[in-house]
Design a protein around this ligand. Structure first.
Ligand code: SF4
Ligand code: SF4
Length: 451
């Protein structure tokens, strides 16, 4: 049985024909650029210097902070630079640049873990941390920390196989091509979390994956494979919890508040590979699609691979793209410089020929309420927009602008073509900047009065 969250939309799924073809392993590029922040939390300190020779899977960055995840070399070769480089988010981040020697010489640490280790929940958490596994659906929250912080509070693991954004089929292909590994990864996550129940939630537009996983799932595994009716943004954490359990995560709260922990399907696959192959999080299946690509396909891409190399290997653009997006068309990030690298949470690269955002010259609100109808967070987007445009902080707060998950459902449904999601991102940045300025002012005042 499943429940329904408020709102949601049905954008055309545009998944075929990428979902018909096998994942193609992409030859690694001659140079990889690996940012020392590939996760939410503290960035890593580089553990290598220019001139060092590194092996595939060797740890090249780590941090003592609890919310962080180590970073590994994604090719073997020579470190040619450790310097700030541009990331897909548009920020400059210290990055390790490795010249690929083409050998893929594996690091000695890349060995399978013993059955004894894999029966110990703490050892599983430790290997997940060491492998640098993060939320591979795009959230990039460190998986080991999610497990340890939920211990004693979580009784249900939810595996997110919704993949509800248009175009993206990378998790779908992973389910079809590696069902046993995905299920094995889920069992390890359950053991690490100390729970006996997992729900693998998959949208019913992936019927063959659902049937395959059901056929591979043993009766006493504790894993329920739950087909869901398609609805965007069902893959968002809070909406998935509501759909699967009927429970609402309180505003500003975490899934553990309702006894749940949500992991992406590719995260489960990565856990399996780390446990049984000793392979850290050095690659991800990426859907490469959009109207600027001749043939949409899925590729297994090493982290640190420049986007321009991925597009080139995928056959190049049929026409100069108007827009390139990392992630899906609803929640993805527009990328303006194709030299930036693939990161751990990159599930798709989309290139579009035309402006497909349906913009108009003078976006105008006609007070139709269609944005309110579809907001999965029960917000009032028209008012949030109005207050953001006026820099009215009290209005933004009253209307819970910071609760917006930036899913884009309101903008998709808006006949006035207002740039709603963009406005809410800007509003959050303004609120954060104002809070930081207030904090700095308070500290300066305190310092002045204590002199
Ligand atoms: S959907 Fe667009 S036009 Fe309609 S009320 Fe919301 S913001 Fe205004
Ligand atoms: S982008 Fe924000 S306001 Fe708009 S529908 Fe999604 S959660 Fe609601």
């Amino acid at each position: 049985m499943s429940f329904k969250f408020h709102g949601g939309v049905h954008p055309p799924d545009k998944k075929s024909p990428a979902d018909k073809t096998q994942v193609i392993p992409l030859n690694p590029p001659s140079l990889v650029v690996i940012p020392m922040s590939l996760h939410i939390g503290a960035p890593c300190r580089p553990a290598v210097k220019v001139g060092d020779m590194v092996k595939l899977g060797q740890k090249i960055g780590d941090s003592d902070a609890p919310v962080s995840a180590p970073i590994h070399a994604t090719v073997s070769g020579k470190v040619t630079a450790v310097e700030p480089r541009l990331t897909p988010a548009g920020t400059m981040v210290t990055s390790v640049v490795i010249e690929n020697d083409g050998m893929d010489t594996p690091c000695e640490t890349m060995v399978p873990h013993s059955e004894e280790e894999l029966s110990d929940p703490d050892a599983i958490v430790a290997l997940i941390r060491e492998a640098g596994i993060v939320g591979m659906g795009g959230a990039t929250f460190p998986t080991a920390f999610k497990i340890t912080s939920g211990k004693g509070k979580v009784d249900t693991v939810i595996i997110n196989g919704a993949e509800c954004e248009p175009y993206i089929t990378s998790d779908y292909r992973t389910m079809l091509e590696h069902p046993e590994e995905v299920l094995g990864g889920i069992r390890l996550i359950m053991k690490a979390c100390g729970v006996s129940r997992a729900i693998f939630a998959i949208e019913d537009n992936k019927a063959d994956a659902i049937a395959l996983l059901k056929s591979k799932n043993s009766e006493n595994s504790g894993i329920d494979i739950l087909p869901l009716k398609t609805l965007y943004p069902q893959g968002a954490e809070k909406q998935l919890i509501k759909t699967v359990t009927g429970l609402e995560v309180p505003p500003g709260g975490l899934p553990a508040a309702v006894g749940c922990a949500v992991f992406n399907c590719f995260t489960a696959y990565s856990v399996y590979r780390a446990a049984y192959e000793g392979r850290p999080a050095i690659e991800r299946v990426v859907t490469v699609a959009g109207s600027a690509m001749e043939q949409p396909k899925n590729y297994l891409v090493r982290v640190g691979t420049p986007l321009e190399y991925v597009f080139e290997q995928a056959g190049g653009f049929i026409k100069e793209p108007h827009k390139v997006i990392m992630g899906g068309p609803m929640m993805g990030v527009a990328v303006h410089d194709l030299s930036v690298p693939v990161i751990k949470g990159t599930n798709a690269l989309l290139a579009f020929c035309e402006d497909e955002t349906r913009t108009v010259e003078n976006p105008t609100c006609i007070r139709c309420g269609k944005c309110v109808e579809v907001c999965p967070m029960n917000l009032l987007p028209l008012y949030m927009y109005m207050y953001e445009q006026k820099d009215d902080y009290a209005g933004m707060e009253r209307n819970r602008l910071t609760d917006c998950i930036e899913c884009g459902a309101c903008a998709y449904n808006c006949p006035g073509r207002l740039h709603l999601t963009h406005s809410f991102r800007a509003g959050k940045a303004k609120i954060a900047a104002r809070a930081a300025a207030e904090k700095a002012r308070a500290e300066a005042t305190k310092a002045a009065t204590t002199v």
